[in-house]
Design a protein around this ligand. Sequence first.
Ligand code: ADP
Length: 326
Amino acid sequence: MSGIRPTGFLHLGNYFGAVKNYVRMQDEYDCFFMVADLHSLTTHPDTRELKQHVRRVLAENIACGLDPEKVALYCQSHVHETGELYLYLNMLAYKGELEKTPTFKEKVRLQPDNVNAGLLTYPVLQTADIIIHRAKLVPVGKDQEQHLEMARNFVNRFNHRYGEVFPEPFAFNFGETLAKVPSLDGSGKMSKSENQMATVYLSDDDDRIRKKIMGATTDQGPTKLNSPKSVYIENLFLLMRLFSDPTIVDQFEIEYNNCTVRYGDLKKQLAEDVVAFVRPIREKTNAILEDEKYLADIMEKGAEKARNSARQTMQLVREAIGLQYY
Ligand code: ADP
């Protein structure tokens, strides 16, 4: 189970941290993937663009290879049972631990005038989203690791108090470590709403991608053989390993190590490889967005699958808590 907030256009980080794994998981597991529209309200209370963003996230997931026939692809707000589970879990979550969460502190810094209770209890709602399907694996990027740890704490408290209902959920990635796709300016990760020139979106046209990558921050270049790489160059190589032919990347590594590397050439190569990767996804997304009925059908079918699963879990939850009186 996993989700993406409809707070903007999807980017390469969302692809490698999340969607790529969704697409591989769909053939091996029983999967639930949602557009986390309720989560977006904690930071984006203005809903004028919400509908458009929800549709785009769905279309981009499908364009990346997600098959709505194989998985439940749905909107968070269509599964009302999650709200009930969130309420029960809130009784098991403590103010102190929620206030200590790094993502909460970061959001308080970013939006000091809107420190709402939803922001504080974000990890609780996220736990409810996951365990409403009794999910065990949660394909997410590295930034979500801590939230998964909190989810396991809430699950263990619930099971301890009311009996074993939920398995412990773990962050999942097909690779060895969770992905973190860095931003092009060397400051943190690519992200939907911040840092737009340092983030490559799946909707960017060819020239915009080239412009962003050619504008990536670099350093003065190596002056000694085999010198360690600065974070900017490390990031460029990391991106290159995701998109470019390994023999080409190896060649640039050799050139870096013997101080003959030309960052302009490296960025040009990376730009063309990213353009070739993004173009078909962008074109497919645009075609899907044309078909309103198709997207509406997908949302309806996905919600039905998710609600079926959620209803079964809530039956167990109410019994375990002792809320059945006749
Ligand atoms: P954003 O941070 O861009 O708003 P979300 O919070 O909606 O994205 O996250 C959706 C998924 O994408 C999560 O699984 C998250 O871990 C993953 N993700 C977001 N940014 C990155 C990144 N730069 N690298 C790897 N994974 C990422």
